[in-house]
Design a protein around this ligand. Sequence first.
Ligand code: NOJ
Length: 788
Amino acid sequence: MICATFYESFSYNFNSSNGLGFMFLFFLKRAFDKNKSQKLCLTHETHYIINIMKKFTLISCILLGGCLSGVTAANKKQSIYKDAKAPIEDRINDLIGKMTLEEKILQMNQYTLGSNNNANNDGEEVKNLPSTVGSAIYFSEDAKLRNVAQKKAMEESRLGIPIIFGYDVIHGFRTVYPISLAQACSWNPGLVEEACTVAAQEAKMSGVDWTFSPMIDVARDGRWGRVAEGYGEDPYTNAVFCVASVKGYQGKDMSDSKRIAACLKHFIGYGASEAGRDYVYTEISNQTLWDTYIPPYEAGVKAGAATLMSSFNNISGTPGSANHYTLTEILKKRWAHDGFVVSDWGAIPQLIDQGSASSHKEAAKQAFSAGVEMDMMGHCYDKYMEELVKEGKISMAQIDDAVKRILRIKFRLGLFDNPYIKETTEKERFLLPQSLATAEQLAEETIVLLKNKGNILPLATANKPTIAVMGPMAKNRLDLLGSWFGHGQVENVSCISEALEAEFAGKANLIYSDGCDFDGEDTSKFSEALETAKKTDVILLCMGEKQNWTGENASRSIIELPAIQEQFIAEMKKVGKPIVLVLANGRPLGLSNVEPLCDAIVEMWQPGIPGGKPLAGVLSGRVNPSGKLSITFPRSTGQIPIYYNQRKSARPNSGKYQDIPSTPLYEFGYGLSYTTFNYGDIKLAKETIKRGEKLVVEIPVTNVGKRDGTEVIHWFITASFNTITRPVKELKYFEKQLIKAGDTCVFRFEIDPMRDLSFVNANGECFLENGEYYVKVKDKKIKFTLTD
Ligand code: NOJ
């Protein structure tokens, strides 16, 4: 009876779950039945003993078989999440079913590992990283330490869940590229994708799985230090470069050994920081949220960005890291994003400072309920989440959803199957010739020629001129790296003087004088500089900003060059020689004081590792500049905010400043070349289109100069009237082409009404209205009509 019951129960369990157990029991039962049917001549007692033994043996065998089968079944069940061939969702479901609440909560925390070299991330360094922690910011630059920590996670934790290692790979890892604001001035998203591919490869080979990049905060206030980190003032430009960088980091398959996960940040509206001060309140109407700040994020999510970072800023009363509307309603519900959101560093406890939460526990509840799945160094989730669950304030279903999102990205990155990184030499992974070539090309394409009076540039070398090279940037390396230069090394940067020596060897005499510092009041070197300048044919002034004048927590109230630099330029003007001003900086500058003093102005931005070499190419004429501004340069700080796509004024011809013109000094999209491009008229395929149709527009551009040159065309759309008013013009497409001297290139744009003419309302709903529209390129414009 017992035997049958055991048999039945085991056979039921194992028949369904385990073939081995089933076979074992099948043969056992057959043996038992066969034995039963054999007629042996035995005494009653013997028969009785044999029977008892048979039953005992049967029970033992059944128990043993059961155990064996049970173990095998359990093993098999356990191994689904470890089975690289199983579908990711099955692996996640299997794993989540095995995790304790404590294990789940630790997945939602990010600590740090390695020496912290970022002053703004001045948190504790976790030496003993818990083996069950979800993530760590990896400050080290080779894979060794990561592998040790990962081994602990894989082998010492109960379930062997790998850690995801993140880092701020912002504009390169060791091969540092120009800052993102400059990258956008290249108008070459393909090249930016290539740069991000290199950055991903260097980062991944060094132990990083995940970058906190791209930053796609539309930024229109040059006082804000973080303007350097994004792609400028325009939503469309940010969207295009966002997609390029997501593709560059993640590739087609994030599990590739040279790819990393991207993180769109800072979700959302951080760029609207009041008066350019960092971390402060932002006043953003839902209309502006949708038409200005959201488009780059929507594009990035559609491009498959694995993660997002919630922002520090308070969005019109609700902080970005406790904002259910943006994090859940928009991101998770409308866009169906299935990756996860990490908070910014300490953004969860900062909800207390922002007056949103009264305690760390409340902060954890607010951020988590809003849709932040991972707590970056805030220590609110690890301390209070369990209590919140036990008190019923957060449900297990919510926890499971959050943890699944984190696991999903880990599975997609292939971390469960390949948790370790092959340890390589620096030579094998950093500064590879192709990586450096990409950096140099990108830096060349980002340089914007702002002024070139009398075509003083490129510098004529026929008579072997003497050039005075002066200013605090001339022999500087560090400040050419820009903010967030990751693991870039100063000694790898070629400084301006070195690059000029190489470029002009045998063609010009270069003489040096410091002149002035970046700031301060020391004019003691002015007289020596004056004497030097008198002996030369051209004065090259290398000025700008220190690398830590932009980036996080690096706002400035005035975006003019510091007084000492302006003073020095004025002093040099007294010499009466042509002045070429070279600027390396991380924000738009107010240049109206110095612009009249200079014959040429070259905006080289902060180029990263290539340093002065691309600039030297521009000065010598080896490189014909093609960069165009991704952000407006105001005349002075007082014009801020000034950006090209402002909404229309009630009185467009009045309301100007009394003391200065109301136009910017250099507008968005501005940039000169050494050649001249003539623009023909815009041609429309038809003047009226129906809503479902597309409209092809073309513009011929002729290079009428003597040099080949690359031109960037910006296609803007203006809507005459809409139910919700529209900006004066909106960029909808751009293209860059090399045009040989004497050649004409016809640029073409296919207008898709739903994509290019529609607008959103304050709830993100999209509308397309019939009526009059204009398409514009530079000063050319043409009208067309949209009808039913
Ligand atoms: C704070 C910054 O706001 C964010 O951009 C960065 O990714 C994190 N710190 C981590 O370093």
